[in-house]
Design a protein around this ligand. Sequence first.
Ligand SMILES: Nc1ncnc2c1ncn2[C@@H]1O[C@H](COP(=O)(O)OP(=O)(O)O)[C@@H](O)[C@H]1O
Ligand SMILES: [Mg+2]
Length: 967
Amino acid sequence: MSGKTTEIKDPENMSAEPRRFAFDYSYWSHDQFTENSEGYLEPSGSKYADQKVVFDDLGRGVLDNAWKGYNCSLFAYGQTGSGKSYSMVGYGSNKGIVPIFCDELFKAVEAKRINAGADEEYQVTLGMLEIYNEQVRDLLNPKTISQKGGLKVRQDPKKGFYVEQLTSCPVNSYKEIDNKINEGTRNRTVASTNMNATSSRAHTIVAITFTQKTPNETGQSMTRTAVVNLVDLAGSERADSTGATGDRLKEGSAINQSLSSLGNVIKALADLSTGKKKTVVPYRDSVLTKLLQNALGGNSKTIMIAALSPADINYEETLSTLRFADRAKAIKTTATVNESPTDRLIRELREENARLMEMLKQGGLSPEMAAALIGGAGGAGGNNSANSEVEEMKKQLEEQVRKNQEEMENMKKTWQERMQENKGSISANMEEDNKRQEDRKVIPHLWNLNEDPALTAMVVHFVNEGTSKIGNKKASPPAEITLSGLSILPAHAVVTNKNSNISIKPMEKAKILVNGQRIIKDTQLHHNDRLLFGANNMYVFHHPQDEAKNIKEGKKTETPTFDSAQEEIAQKAGLMNTEGKSADSDKMQDMILQEEVVQMLQLVNEANAMSEELDKKVKFEVALMSPQARGLKDGRTAVMVKMISQVNNNEWMWDKNKAINRKSLMQEIYQDFVSGEENWDVPKEKDPFWEPSDQEILIGSAHLHLMSLAHAFDIEETLAITDYKGKEMGHVKVTCKPCTKDYKDLGEDDFVDEPNEMIGKDFYFILKLENCRGLPPNIAKSRCKYKHYTDDKFTETNEVESMNPDFNFEKKYKQTPVTEQYINYLKDGSIVIEVWGRQKGDSNAGAPSNSTVASKGAKPAANNATQQKKPDNKVNNKLKSTPAPAPVPAPVVKEDPKIAAELDSYKKRTNEAEGKLGSIQDQIAAKRKNGQTTITIEELEAMLGGNVNHTRNENLGENTSKACVIQ
Ligand SMILES: Nc1ncnc2c1ncn2[C@@H]1O[C@H](COP(=O)(O)OP(=O)(O)O)[C@@H](O)[C@H]1O
Ligand SMILES: [Mg+2]
């Protein structure tokens, strides 16, 4: 940043000239700041622009314009984590533009009111909405938030698009507006947890309508209105910065329809402003662009904030944000002062309503009206339209009449009257809010963690003295603490507060992790403990008395964050080094790998919970795949997701991008399911939980070392095929036979002592892929693929239908002449033979119950198949002088074998523990049914398979060896 210019350099080409973009303002806020005692971030160097500077430059202009009666809009655009919410709303004492704007607005209103005449009025109303997945949710009306399909967007022929029945809440002070915005954010947090939505994909619009009624010089009452739209857009990042995910399914809401339409609208508007006359602006393509039509190209003064993340890895996104902002800069809007005599406004509304009523009475619509109402689509006249369309138009007319009526009444009513109507609810809310703030200081409570910092600590549940039940909305009688979302049971847990000692006990099979570890019995909670209920309800336990004690004793506990809590879960799952990210700062790759593991583990947990709730009969696992297992010589370990059919054990491997895409599609289905949509399910071709069984999967790979060829010896091998974990999946028989120019057998003396002697000569050989044996029983068809030397493309065998396929494949090779490079390839290189197959039967969805269940672990012990064929006696002596080829390494994770081994053992342990847990729970239920209340150690040991200490220590964090009492 220098002056108004922003410069960006390609981190891969630092010597190149930077690219420069000029804007009205450019701010640096990445470093050069310190936190003062109030938590406010203030400059410690000349570069840093704090919230105050930004407000003075941008917010103040918006405020002045609102007073003048101009519509104003402020957008924040940028990738997730770049500082959109920080700029718009802010955090704690670092208030962003929205709260400062509200504060300043009310300060000025109050100043005006002191000297205001009886006929002067200043009114502020607030609306707050979210667009997620092209659905509109009214954040100030929790009842409508989970309404299926969201609220309707309608069109007013004069004012453009608006949201039907959106709450417009009169507010009279900064405290009130702040309270309302917090309420909206809280509703948003609950809804996003409930529906398992990714909040960074939502657009949030805070709309403040500021109306001034003042008499003009002649004493006539004038109404001046300004609508101020403050828009925190969804993260602009694409699902994958390298492009397509390669999934057969369309991209999920990861590619945000509203956001791409916004890009198109801005491009079209920029084209228009540079003189391209015929450009059509596609406002109608998305909900966001409809609602912001005025803000973008109409009657509004508009500001766009482009938020940037300056780290190297964000280069592409940052550049694309700068280009976006550069285009937006060219757009010119034409704002006008919205001022008219109050009487005239009322009269116009009355006249319009009379006209609409008349139309409704006659049951017909004028073509213009109909066209305006339904956006020009479909037949305009009522006569030849389908019935449903006529009905829809009628509804729109009625809605418009209602809206006009309301507006008219509001205009006639004095502000005092309007405030009076809402006073009850607002003051109750404010009181509740104040009480909550006070209670948080003394009562132990849980506060939520969300991946979006803006939605963190928005939800609070108090743990009052005595016992409180935790459960979902279906609990009967209702639970004291209601949670909703993935894997939350009607009776999920009981939390007890006994003389400020707090403990939590899960019910039946309820999932609760405390500090990353699954609990099955009453567990004491301490200040700052992390709790995960079900799959995605993450909370921190706050204990004011413990905290005070800690402070007194000088113990400092870090306040947990969403990321630290997720990392802890991954660590406890054995998927991460215990040192966490600090492991070795040089190991950038490791850090990226660990971050991906944490991300995929969270994804897998949620996908499993959704699959279970939707009864999709598949489960998911995190899989780490070494480059060797992917057929690469080197590279980095890839974090993948494996989907396993619970019907027939078929497996599919998804790369990270595909998994992310699939998860967003799963979320769409899940949201429909939660909002009570009857047709929430989709046909299997579109089902993200489904894969065709005949889709080719990589069974495993085998490495054929070529050293013998460098001595012109035959190779005849039965190689082990190993999967990504190094598990044997069968064998492949392969031969390589050096030969003459005519591909005939070599003579007995044609062997080469010193490989370099071959340089400059011609070399011929035949590679044969004969067969595979012992492939997993669920494989119906298979084939092999490999690349030789510098091949770009794979050489493939035919696909053969059998568990023991005979490929009888051969290919002739010649190297004329042999180069040093080729000899080096033979000496050190190998051919990676990938074995691909298609699985039997239909996949998860509706698979026949008698389908073969494959058990891949249970294969006969393989003979050691990786040894080179012993050459004839004749050549034995010669061979001795050459080093024996190294045994073929199994393609296990090379970079971090520890992670791979831990992953494997963790999975085993988890399965084992879950099985035991289930058996304990069943026995408890059975005992309880019979009226029994104790379990003896012997019984417990029997249930745990005599492995009490190991299992408990490892998995349940508990080692009890006395009788347990069932409460
Ligand atoms: N200008 C800034 N100064 C200091 N911290 C910032 C600034 N902008 C953002 N942050 C921090 O970066 C994190 C992500 O910012 P946020 O505004 O939530 O991103 P976004 O809304 O774009 O996803 C937050 O923890 C926030 O406090
Ligand atoms: Mg944000």
